[in-house]
Design a protein around this ligand. Structure first.
Ligand SMILES: Cc1cc2nc3c(=O)[nH]c(=O)nc-3n(C[C@H](O)[C@H](O)[C@H](O)COP(=O)(O)OP(=O)(O)OC[C@H]3O[C@@H](n4cnc5c(N)ncnc54)[C@H](O)[C@@H]3O)c2cc1C
Ligand code: SF4
Ligand code: SF4
Length: 673
């Protein structure tokens, strides 16, 4: 039964905060307090320097007790910041914490009307009047608690996902780690060295990959994708598609009664497979077979059949022999998981820099991207670490690095944001060629060098000292000399104030990064918002950078925005910690802003069920008729259903129709209704 009664004789206390000079500098706080005293139902009003401080909160508690208040209003900053503080103070005073209303007179007033004191003060009075109108109709609400499934899901097994999974697992939590590729490791496993310390990327990553493969609390599902998601914090039901990899693991073979069978990574199959395809791990610069592993350090060490190119000749099965690991008729499988919390670590893709046609990528052989450069300079790469010009295999001596290739680009073709790690990895690349190729000279074309991290500026100075040439200017055009395949790089040197034409053997484009291909689909499955650029949106950029707008779903790594490995790992640790809290608590509290059905008024039309963006509503049979039912844990209190219901049968707790109408009245007719 929905309680729609409200206080008969409301007694409201109003507390106006100075916030130092943040508010008081632009608003006449004393005037607002005097005005509040004249409002209907207000029995107490006062101001204080910082209402959020301990003495400030004490004032709220004392006033509730002394004046027998039924509700409180604080006119201060954004509720996102201090609503919990003032709710707690209201509760300490002896009231239900939801009998509190906040008027934002800082972010929505003093900060935007800094030099209009009179108007800002008038607006603050409006805000207080509106808040008082609502506070007079507030009701006691009780938060709900739901049990939390003691398991976590991490989607994406780059360095972010691996770190998050390891932290969760080491905190004693059963963790499912889902990776769409046949191996874990993500982009970091494609890198040669890492700035600024120049550690070998694989050397520092492989121990983590091995640990992930071995950790008893981690259930690793590679070559798998999230297919469906249902539920809410504490109780997510997730369907995983395990793509048919055509090869059995030893465990899978044993389950099928093949004793001592399954793939042991020997590679006998690969040796006989007649189909040759480009290896995407090597950026297409090295071949692989239709049955393949990306590289020797893959985890898990299990071959995968690329069914799009496999001709089913069966040679691999013969070569595999008694291990009987290869099943060319294997089909996708579906696995249902129940988890309490989720970490999304979906990483990034490289911007298709060929869209910027003026730089000649995919037109001229000797223009490559930085990721291709990483593979070319890497000892385990297609050339064994010997940097060569793709056109003729010669060792390049004069190599250009074009920074911001598609980043900080407002032409509508590239990306407006800074990709954040390309300045630093281009400095690393410059160092690598100086170190490896005697007499080599790197030419770095840049707008400005962003070396913001620990020991990064020092690294920049080091590369300058090593002899790299820096040309400050955006590259306008790259043309190829057809005879030599050399490249002419045209730019304006903005320090010298003149155009330059530099002839180079090879050019490396520090291409922008963008959200990975499946980010959009995956974020929608989990109901997570994204920014304009498609990066996953954190709950708060400063105070909750790992949370999302969906309770129980957290973000880690580049999928939230470009960041280097140290920042990626730090955020992954934060996300894992946040994701472990509900699991360790065993229960989560939900804010009671649910829709409620006034069953007497519900016609059972079901329109609201389809409208709800969170699938929180359903129709159920009650006393021989259909009525709407709310799954409170799924309801976010967005009000879509309540605004629509033609019969007024939906009661939005804390945002009821009478409360909203009272606020509108207070605004329009000055509370004199
Ligand atoms: C050329 C280059 C050089 C660099 N050099 C350095 C360096 O020297 N030092 C440094 O600090 N940083 C460097 N970086 C940055 C570094 O690559 C990133 O910081 C790091 O890889 C981010 O890791 P991640 O886990 O967030 O993303 P990723 O490495 O992209 O991992 C994401 C993983 O999620 C998987 N995935 C994506 N979507 C799904 C899905 N829907 N379902 C399942 N799995 C999914 C992907 O397959 C991938 O394995 C460099 C980057 C580039 C491009
Ligand atoms: S059956 Fe397919 S994977 Fe096996 S050897 Fe033939 S082409 Fe290669
Ligand atoms: S990190 Fe440097 S190269 Fe990359 S987009 Fe930002 S400024 Fe440009």
């Amino acid at each position: 039964m929905v309680d729609i009664t409200s206080e008969k004789n409301p007694r409201i206390g109003v507390f106006v905060c100075h916030c130092g000079t943040n508010i008081a500098g632009s608003i006449d706080v004393k005037d607002v307090v005097e005005y509040a005293k004249t409002l209907p139902n207000v029995v107490h009003a006062e101001d204080y320097q910082y209402v959020c401080s301990t003495p400030g909160q004490k004032k709220i508690e004392d006033a509730i007790k002394e004046k027998n208040l039924t509700g409180t209003v604080v006119a201060a900053c954004s509720p996102r910041l201090h609503e919990p503080t003032f709710r707690r103070a209201t509760q300490e005073g002896g009231l239900n914490p939801y009998r509190f209303e906040m008027a934002n007179i800082r972010e929505q007033n003093s900060w935007v009307h800094m030099h209009e004191k009179e108007e800002a003060t008038a607006k603050a009075k409006d805000a207080v009047r509106i808040a008082v109108a609502k506070a007079s109709l507030l009701q006691d609400l009780k938060p709900k608690f739901v049990d939390v499934e003691p398991a976590a899901l991490v989607v994406g097994a780059g360095v972010a996902g691996m770190q998050a999974a390891l932290d969760l697992a080491n905190a004693g939590i059963k963790t499912y780690l889902i990776e769409k590729n046949p191996t874990i490791g993500g982009r970091m496993s494609q890198l040669d060295k890492t700035f600024p310390t120049l550690d070998c990327s694989q050397c520092i990553l492989t121990p983590k990959m091995v640990e992930v493969g071995r950790n008893e609390n981690i259930e690793l599902m590679t070559y798998s994708e999230v297919e469906e998601v249902d539920g809410f914090i504490g109780n997510f039901s997730v369907k995983i598609r395990k793509k048919a990899r055509g090869v059995l693991t030893p465990d899978e073979a044993e389950a099928k009664g093949i004793v001592g069978g399954g793939c042991n990574g020997c590679g006998d199959c690969e040796a006989v497979c007649p189909v040759i395809k480009p290896n995407p791990f090597e950026m297409g610069m090295k071949p692989r077979k239709a049955i393949y592993i990306y590289h020797p350090q893959v985890v898990p060490l299990i071959y995968t059949v690329d069914f799009d190119s496999c001709i089913k000749c069966g040679l691999c099965q013969t070569a595999c022999g008694e291990k009987k690991a290869i099943d060319l008729e294997m089909q996708d499988e579906f696995v249902d998981l129940k988890v309490g919390t989720v970490v999304l670590a979906l990483g990034y893709d490289i911007f298709p820099v060929e869209k910027k046609t003026e730089w000649g990528y995919k037109q001229f052989d000797n223009v490559v991207t930085s990721l291709e450069f990483e593979r070319l300079i890497c000892a385990s790469g297609p050339t064994g670490g010997h940097l060569i010009r793709p056109s003729d295999g010669a060792t390049p001596k004069r190599i250009g690095f074009v920074l911001c290739a598609g980043s900080r680009d407002n032409t509508g073709i590239g990306k407006p944001y800074c990709s954040r790690f390309c300045c630093m990895y281009s400095l690393k690349h410059a160092h690598q060629i100086i170190e490896k190729i005697p007499g080599a000279v790197p030419y770095i074309f840049y707008m400005d060098i962003r070396s913001f991290g620990k020991m990064y500026e020092e690294f920049y100075y080091r590369i300058q000292d090593e002899g790299a040439k820096f040309i400050r200017g955006r590259v306008s055009n790259i043309l190829e000399d057809p005879a030599t395949k050399n490249l002419h790089v045209y730019a304006e040197d903005t320090l010298l104030g003149r155009p330059v034409d530099v002839e180079l053997d090879m050019v490396v484009l520090a291409a922008a990064v963008q959200p990975s291909a499946e980010t959009e689909k995956t974020r929608r499955l989990f109901g997570v918002s994204c920014s304009q650029d498609g990066w996953l949106l954190e709950a708060h950029p400063k105070l909750n950078p790992c949370g999302t707008t969906t309770a129980g779903v957290y973000v880690a790594g580049v999928c939230q925005g470009p960041k280097d490995i140290p920042d990626t790992v730090a955020q992954a640790e934060g996300a894992a910690s946040a994701a472990s809290i509900p699991i360790h608590l065993g229960k989560v509290e939900l804010e009671p802003y649910f829709a409620q059905c006034i069953e007497e008024k519900c016609a059972g039309c079901g329109m609201c069920v389809n409208l709800c963006p969170y699938q929180a509503l359903s129709l159920v049979e009650k006393d021989g008729r259909k009525v709407m039912q709310v799954t409170e844990a799924k309801c976010k209190g967005c009000g879509t259903c309540g605004a629509y219901c033609p019969g007024g049968a939906i009661w939005m707790q804390h945002f009821t129709t009478p409360q909203i109408i009272a606020q509108i009245d207070a605004f329009l007719v000055g509370g004199e209704q």
